[in-house]
Design a protein around this ligand. Structure first.
Ligand SMILES: Nc1ncnc2c1ncn2[C@@H]1O[C@H](COP(=O)(O)OP(=O)(O)OP(=O)(O)O)[C@@H](O)[C@H]1O
Ligand SMILES: [Mg+2]
Length: 300
């Protein structure tokens, strides 16, 4: 009799553990954030890298993907030597684990595949290979940050439309602003449901950052009926160039600079708006699986 009761208790315990594991798996959906700009050279990779490292120092698990298929360079920015990249994953059947490299603060980086022109141009089995490997990541990371190339090619659009959050970055220059506007127009036209965030880079001071962002927000409201959310701005900081020359992220070597404080403020706002600090909302991130399914549908 006692044996039977023991068995029942054990079964109940196993069931409880299984349910708890299932729930915590659900709660660990990764948030997929895609960084894009329109115009080239406005600071996408700088933001992607420094944002990712700062998220790591706050205890988040982050994987950063270099999706600039033409001019991949995130690994070089950190002075890391990537033996393999996405190209090898596609062409030589390397796994995601084979190509992923470790950066500072526990950051993981998927090096971009120079040599792959466009995701949209990949053969179906090649694209499938990338998507199957990426699916394995869901739940292992809080954030997957994706650094795209400039412009709005078909593959950049697919990345954007499949994301949970899009960060559009611009400088105060009119050409950069016009290109950022075109990117948002394309996203809005496709009924994107996630957050569209704005970061203004290389501003002279806080006032310029706030003014440019507020004006841009109003224009998007008026002409696109699109609600963008301002994340903040980053001051023009010559030390950023110095960091790249020394192959270090500036948030690490100059943590007290205004630009580093700007990045911190951007993260505060991003976490607050997307609800990543609230477990119930965190669970509502689409996760990498959703992202992959959407991408596959958009590209083909
Ligand atoms: N806030 C800043 N202050 C000063 N220099 C900056 C700032 N942000 C970026 N830069 C510099 O601008 C240049 C371009 O930056 P970055 O490579 O991040 O741009 P990108 O948008 O990724 O370019 P691409 O379109 O070629 O991928 C780099 O030399 C970088 O050092
Ligand atoms: Mg770049």
């Amino acid at each position: 009799m006692r044996d039977q009761a023991e068995k029942l208790r054990e079964m109940a315990l196993n069931l409880k553990q299984e349910i708890e594991a299932e729930i915590s798996r659900d709660l660990r959906h990764s948030r997929v954030v895609v960084i894009s700009s329109g115009k080239g050279g406005v600071g996408k990779s700088t933001l992607a890298l420094n944002l990712s490292i700062k998220l790591c120092t706050r205890g988040m698990k982050v994987i950063l993907m270099d999706a600039d298929m033409g001019l991949a360079n995130l690994d070089v920015m950190l002075g890391l030597v990537a033996k393999y990249n996405i190209y090898h994953m596609v062409q030589e059947k390397k796994t995601l684990a084979d190509i992923t490299i470790s950066g500072p603060e526990g950051l993981k980086i998927i090096p971009g595949g120079s040599g792959i022109s466009e995701l949209a141009n990949l053969k179906e089995n090649e694209l499938k290979r990338i998507l199957v490997e990426l699916r394995k990541l869901d739940g292992a990371y809080d954030y997957m940050i994706i650094d795209t190339g400039a412009g709005i090619s078909k593959s950049v659009m697919a990345f954007l439309l499949a994301a949970d959050d899009i960060i559009v970055i611009t400088t105060p220059e009119p050409t950069a602003i016009t290109d950022a506007y075109s990117t948002i127009k394309n996203v809005a036209k496709n009924a994107f449901k996630g957050n569209i965030f704005l970061v203004v880079n290389r501003v002279a001071n806080d006032s310029e950052g706030i003014l440019v962002a507020e004006k841009f927000k109003l224009v998007c409201q008026k002409f696109l009926s699109c609600e963008i959310k301002i994340l903040g701005h980053i001051e023009n900081e010559p030390l950023i160039g110095e960091g790249i020359r020394r192959q270090k992220a500036f948030v690490q070597i100059y943590p007290r600079s205004t630009a580093s404080r700007n990045i911190n403020a951007i993260i505060d706002r991003m976490i607050e708006v997307s609800g990543m600090n609230v477990p119930d909302l965190k669970a509502k991130s689409g996760g990498i699986r959703k992202f992959i399914e959407k991408m596959a549908g958009l590209i083909k």
